[in-house]
Design a protein around this ligand. Sequence first.
Ligand code: KG4
Ligand code: ZN
Length: 344
Amino acid sequence: MKILGIESSCDETAAAVVEDGRRLLSNVINSQIDIHAVYGGVVPEVAARSHLEVVNPVINQALSDANLTWEDIDAIAVTYAPGLIGSLLIGTLAARTLAVLKNKPLYPIHHVESHVYSNFLNEHVPEFPMLALIVSGGHSQLMLFRDHGDYEMLGQTQDDAIGEAFDKVAKIIGLPYPGGPAIAKAALNSNPLAYHLPKAKLTGAYDFSFSGLKTAVLRAVQREVGVDLNFPSTGLAGLLSDSQRDNFAASFQRTAVETLVDKTLKAFRDFNPKSVVVAGGVAANLELRRELSERIPINIEYAPIGLCTDNAVMTATLGYFNSLKKQPVDPFELEVNPSLSMIE
Ligand code: KG4
Ligand code: ZN
């Protein structure tokens, strides 16, 4: 079964074809990072306009890269929730229209759930029960999957998502958007013990909180450069030396990674899953991968780095597993949902 996936929930317009939820036939991603970098973050209206310009060429490219025509496609899977409303609308409307015109079944895909499925193209398919650490720009959550579509939320962030914290800290210390890769690079040959940053203490055993960590970086930078609490955060980066900046990147990354791994390890011990997967943009972080592999006593097979950030391979892959269990939706009825959680 060949499924065309379409993903446009944030700032990547992506289309891909995956066969039987296992074999990647094509993977096209048009990233808008350069367009948004000048603003230091994603501008929703600009994102929607860019999706509109490229959605059709991206879909056509996914078909031609796979050497397929519409005849060969068995179904369409599209991200309809959650995300930026204008962005979601473009991909969803394209998918709805194509489902009608080409007479294909249409499967709606939850973006956060789909991130987990970037791990299903690995050599070994993850076994259930599967513990999933989902860490992206918009989400940080620990989930226990008993089967496809059968999952429980163990914990989630109480404020900022971890990717958002990487992006905000990068801004404070003067690194470009997106902050995750920039911080990882700056941290490479720097001292992760240079600055002590606190870890949040929460009542929920598997919950996260990253807003305090971001503020702790802000206060530590203010102290380091000798200004008071009221000094604007936008003026701080210019006062840091390159080595101070890189040491802040390394210290922040160490604290953030340790927090994620502490909670994952606790959940692993409490629920004894058969597999552990990491998903979402922050799963591309090599320090996170290194520390997880070191501390979690089970073999973790990581998704290719390029499938951690937003793509449509994961959309098509989840589309396949959904098609085995669920009915397709009416393409005339499908509405986007910008804030839908994985757990109702
Ligand atoms: O999954 P994703 O592409 O979009 C959302 O669904 O949010 O994740 C984007 C997030 C950004 O916050 C970015 O800074 C972060 O993933 N990210 C990283 C790395 N690569 C991307 N964070 C840490 N280390 C990385 N190497
Ligand atoms: Zn994402």
